[in-house]
Design a protein around this ligand. Structure first.
Ligand code: ZN
Ligand code: ZN
Length: 735
């Protein structure tokens, strides 16, 4: 007891028995807790350890020497050191950086790193059966022979797999074990296949080769950010694959962030074609076992390339040498719940902390990234279209005020004619509408009642295929009622406005022979479903995809020549400062799906606002002019990326208490030159999942350290425990 005994270990400090150490636990607490290293134990910084906290045991990370003011005599002992590789230094620095920037507790960020607690335990050994040599003499049956043949030709495997593959009952396998022909052995889980950087890649065009060479050099240097800007078909993926290959040659790991990994079937195939092995995948669709194996393989350095959704950024890669953020402009990189962060921005931070390069790839880079490239902070690599024979698809703008669909229908005569022409030529088409379900609003014709969610400020969306009304915010759902819940009128309820299912209904009525598939998050529930859709499109088993933004990116279908955007105005309304930019990015991506290689395509855009700058930019294909106008408007208004923002959402079950807390925060708002606080105002979703919500918005000049200002602001305004304040630095969603 008493004095800490710190002995420097070979690489990171190790602490022997009696030493006082600080442990960070994955809970939203203010900081670290001090513990004493138990007798007979030795730990190092970054080690995962089990500690007592209150009455329970919890796993945390040794963060450094202890320095708290707890009496040495009252320190509690570490319970155990877990058999897992230590959390790398860059990961620890990243946890602290993200916590400070997002104004969340370091423990909350650590929790994202420790997302698979079971991965910290020793990996379970797999019990498999192997052939005993020499095999004892037994009576051979055909069934027994089949089992043994499998093991002669292949690796040892578990009893149930063996029985299944040999098409025998479990008793046959058990009998062979009993007779001493097979013996049980325990094996560690197999290592993932290793991607081979030297495998023959595709032939690069001169401009691709030039960009690839710059990136290969970058991989050997330190921190730098590269923007890979090029339209679909310019071959960005092949170019950053070369950077990944160089990273592998240097013996380091590569991390690729992609939005909506479910869409990655084609990406994964391209990766395997180039490297001869699949990358490790990381997304919400993985089962617990897969997550555990992948987390462990990454932490042990056995997984060399990881591709995943935004949370993959928090995987503890010990030898990270490159981060790629593909589709860097994609809104799915922003997390709004819990620790609110933008994975693209944090990827750049992670790269800086690890002194490694980051590549941001996009066909429609975000304004943030464009401005960073213009000011020289990021280096721009522009890739021209490889297929110079295919110009970008011409865009026809349909003014819905004059080119009107029939009453109660949503496809204009021009779009219908376009579809008919595409089908007649044996081509495929895509109809895009960013709205799931059948109708966004269900209304009573008799009394005007609108069916709303009881927990949220939102209408319930009709999903006719499953006969239910659903809230897209909280998941509340009910069977579509036969009569109006308000006035009781039979058959009084009607669905208003189009959703994907209603467009499908119209297509079926107009083109009864067209084979179509609906692609939304309701139908494409995972990689397997996405893969099947890709396969059906490639084999021309379907003529038409009717989909939401889930189909906007990553797909290449040679026969797809017509893209119809059913309602281009959908994303333009609302107070979101990036509404125009996002709509432009989304619609240009969707339109870009039309026409590849030898089949020229076209896009038909239906709108009520043909003069809107977004629609004009789409029609002319003039991205630069659009971005310049957008940048000028935001610069004038001090909006991001020229100014800074932070949102505070005050939430709680009791509306009066929420109002009072929001007013208290407004009253204590920082009075600093260049900082303004707006609100409180009811959030657009003033009621969400049963909680009342008020918003405050802080705007500031670029030079203001917004995170520190917000942290001081909250500390100086004590609020009751029943009130939750969600802090969102650089907010993207204004709901
Ligand atoms: Zn009614
Ligand atoms: Zn709801």
């Amino acid at each position: 007891m008493g004095e800490s005994q710190v002995s420097a270990g070979p690489q990171r400090g190790t602490y022997g028995p009696g030493a006082r150490i600080a442990v960070l636990v994955p809970l939203p607490l203010a900081g670290t807790y001090d513990y004493r290293v138990a007798d007979g134990m030795e730990v190092g910084v970054g080690d995962f350890v089990e500690v007592p906290l209150g009455r329970r045991q919890i796993v945390g990370v040794v963060w450094g020497p202890g320095g708290g003011d707890v009496d040495a005599g009252r320190l509690r002992d570490l319970s155990a050191r877990l058999p897992a590789p230590p959390l790398p230094e860059a990961s620890r620095a990243f946890v602290e950086w993200v916590a400070a920037y997002t104004v969340h507790a370091p423990g909350s960020v650590l929790r994202m790193v420790m997302s698979v607690p079971s991965a910290l335990m020793a990996p379970r050994l797999a019990r498999v059966l192997a052939l005993e040599a020499p095999a004892p003499e037994i009576r051979w049956t055909a069934a027994r022979r089949r089992v043994v043949d499998l093991l002669i030709d292949g690796p040892p495997r578990p009893a149930n797999e063996l029985a299944q593959e040999a098409a025998v009952g479990p008793s046959v396998v058990a009998g062979l074990v009993h007779a001493g022909v097979l013996r049980a052995v325990e094996l560690p889980p197999p290592s993932p296949d290793q991607p081979d950087p030297e495998r023959f890649g595709v032939r690069l065009s001169p401009s691709q080769a030039e960009a690839a060479e710059i990136l290969r050099t970058a991989v050997r240097g330190g921190f730098a950010v590269y923007v890979l800007d090029g339209v679909a078909g310019s071959g960005k993926t092949e170019v950053y694959f070369e950077a990944i290959a160089e990273t592998l040659r240097l013996g380091r790991q590569a991390l690729v962030l992609l939005p909506e990994i479910a869409l990655g079937a084609q990406w994964l195939r391209r990766f395997s074609d180039r490297f001869g092995a699949a990358p490790a995948e990381w997304h919400s669709d993985l089962g617990v076992g897969e997550r555990r194996r992948t987390w462990r393989a990454v932490a042990e350095g056995r997984a060399r390339v990881v591709v995943g959704a935004r949370s993959a950024l928090f995987l503890p890669c010990p030898e990270l040498g490159l981060i790629v953020v593909d589709e860097e402009h994609d809104p799915s990189f922003k997390q709004d719940d819990g620790v609110a962060y933008h994975a693209r921005d944090m990827a750049v931070v992670r790269a800086r902390l690890g002194q490694l390069p980051a590549i941001l790839a996009s066909a429609t880079p975000s304004l943030e990234t464009v401005v960073n490239a213009q000011t020289g902070r990021y280096r721009l690599l522009h890739l021209p279209d490889r297929h110079t024979r295919t110009p970008p698809p011409p865009v026809t703008v349909v003014d819905l005020r004059s080119d009107r669909p029939p009453t109660g229908r949503y496809l204009s005569p021009t779009l219908r004619a376009g579809l008919a022409e595409a089908f007649a030529k044996g081509s495929q088409a895509l109809l895009f509408l960013n709205r799931r379900g059948y109708a966004p609003l269900t209304l009573c014709r008799a009394c005007g009642f609108r069916v709303c969610c009881p927990n949220c400020t939102a209408w319930l969306v009709e999903h006719r295929m499953i006969g239910r009304l659903q809230c897209h915010h909280c998941g509340h759902s009910l069977k579509t009622p036969d009569r109006c819940p308000s006035c009781g009128q039979d058959d009084g309820l009607v669905g208003c406005g189009p959703g994907i299912e209603r467009i499908a209904e119209e297509v079926a009525e107009q083109f009864p022979d067209a084979r179509y598939a609906i692609a939304t998050s309701d139908t494409l529930t995972g990689p397997a479903a996405a893969k099947l859709l890709v396969q059906r499109m490639e084999e021309h088993q379907i003529d038409l995809i009717i989909g939401t933004q889930i189909v906007a990116k990553g797909y290449h279908f040679p026969l797809l020549t017509l893209v119809g955007i059913v309602d281009a105005d959908l994303g333009l309304s609302g107070g979101d400062l990036r509404a125009a930019e996002r709509t432009f990015q989304l619609l240009s991506q969707v339109a870009g799906r039309a026409g590849r290689a030898d089949r020229p395509g076209r896009a038909i855009v239906q709108t009520h606002l043909p003069e809107h700058p977004v629609i004009a930019a789409l029609a002319t294909g003039n991205r630069e002019a659009f971005l310049a106008a957008e940048a000028a408007a935001r610069q004038e208004a001090w909006l991001p990326p020229f100014g800074r923002m932070a949102a505070l959402i005050v939430a709680g079950a009791d509306e009066a208490a929420v109002d009072k807390a929001a007013r208290a925060l407004a009253g204590g708002a920082p009075r600093i030159e260049g900082v303004r606080v707006w609100g409180p105002a009811p959030a657009p979703l003033a009621l969400l999942r049963g909680r009342h919500r008020r918003r405050l918005l802080l705007t500031a000049g670029r030079a203001v350290a917004v995170s520190a200002v917000v942290r001081r602001w909250l500390r100086s305004t004590p609020l009751p425990r029943s009130i939750h304040v969600q802090i969102d630095i650089d907010p993207y969603n204004f709901l």
